[in-house]
Write a protein that binds this ligand. Sequence first.
Ligand SMILES: [Zn+2]
Length: 291
Amino acid sequence: MQTPCSFRLGHLELMIFSDGYQMLAPAHPMIGPYEQPDYIQQALRAQELPTHALRLDLNILLIRHSDQLILIDAGLGQEDATGGLLPASLSAAGIPATAITDVVLTHAHTDHTGGLLHPDGSPVFPNARIHLSDAEYNHWMQGPPDFSASPLDAATGLKKALTTRIPEILSAIRPQLRLADPQATLCDCIRLIPAPGHTTGHSMVEIFSGEETLLHSADLLHTAVLLQHPEWGMFYDMDFGQAALTRKKVLQEEAKKTRMTMTYHLPWPGLGRIKQRNAGFEWEPVIPSGK
Ligand SMILES: [Zn+2]
C-alpha cells in the first residue's frame, strides 16, 4: 500500500492518498478527439506516455483542519476494478472512514464520486457532509444534460452510462449532500472556484491558510500533453470549447505565479508547478519534503 504524501500549508496538514487509477482506451480519441491520431500519439510518446490507453491516476487530497478531516473527491471506488484503494489507505494511516467529517466534490463524474458508496449503496463515509456546487447537481439531476457541445454526443453507450449512474449516486448520497454556491467558502479553508467546461459545474478548489494557498485544479488536466496543447481537450469534456478556454485561462494565470498546484489525474501525488514554455506550458512535478 502506498504511503500518503504528507506536507503542510500554513496551519493545515495535508496528505495525498491514491484510490488507484483508471485506464481509458485508446488514448486517442480520449485525448485530442478532433486531432489526427498520429499527432496525438507522437505527443504522448514524446512524454514517454503509453499510446494504447490513457492512464489517469486518482489523487485524493485529505486536509486536517483542527477537528475537521476533509477529503477533496472520493475516487472511483468499486465502479471499476482499478480503483477503490482509498478506504484501506486511510485506515492504514490511522484514519477510519467514519472519522471523515467532510467531502468536497469537484464534480459528479464517477471517478470522483464512485468512492462515496459501497457496492450495496451504503455510504463509505457515513458521518461526512458532502459538498457539491448546486450548478453541478442541477446539471445532472434536471433531466439528461445537453451533450451537443461534447465529443460524447456521438457515444451513445457512454452517454447512457453517465446519465444513469451519476443521478443514481447523487440520489443515494442526497441525505449527506450540502449544495453549495459555486463560489462558496467551505470548512474555513477551502474556496470553490468555478472552472466550467469539463462539466457545467466543474469546480477547482483553492485551499488556504493565512496567506498560503494551494490550487487543486481537479480535472483541468487529464494528461501532461494538454499543457503544451490546452486546446486538444478531452473526450469527456461536456462543453469542449468552454473547457479549452478555461484550461488556457487557468494555465496562463498559474504560470505567472510560483505556487504549487495539485491535479487529480496526473501521476501521483499530482503536485507540481505550471510554467510557460514557448506557446504552451509545461508541468514541473514537485515532491514535498515532508511535514
Ligand atoms: Zn476525473
